[in-house]
Design a protein around this ligand. Sequence first.
Ligand SMILES: [Zn+2]
Ligand SMILES: [Zn+2]
Length: 185
Amino acid sequence: MSKYKERIALGLCGMCGKDKENNNKNNCNSCLKKAAKSAKKRQARLCSEGLCIYCGRTKTNPGKSCLTCQQTKKKNRIKKDPTKETLKKTSTRWLGTQSRWRELEELFNQQNETCKYSGLPITIRDTAQIDHKVPRSCQGTSEISNLQWVHCLINRMKSNMPEDVFVYLCKMVAKNTPDMQTPII
Ligand SMILES: [Zn+2]
Ligand SMILES: [Zn+2]
């Protein structure tokens, strides 16, 4: 086993061997930043030399990358499932790594694709948003157990309110407001 893999197996950053302190599978935040920076630098250098920014080979076509790399990129883009991509982004945002997207998908399925509070149907690339049961402003964590899927309008209403306050206020509004024609959301 390589040193890199050995470190990862121990739960350490593969590059520097330090404690990762994030949920990324392989690297600590500082190493990830360094890697991104050097990748950018390499691309800028290749670009200024007129070479393909991905494979570094000479290219005859205009644009930053060679035709082979462009084709590979295009193929990958078609292969990519947009819902999965959105889940990966959501996972990166709240769980610190894109690799935990399946947990978010599972949560979504457990909720039967409906908003946890209103029961409204929600869709991942459209109306579904992640809400923190205990808001972050009240020391709520981004552990999966503190997350739930809600309708974006409900999320906006709840804002950073604790769950009990939000539910109480909804009930008060419903109680004190005469019935209105139901809008279509
Ligand atoms: Zn590191
Ligand atoms: Zn290339």
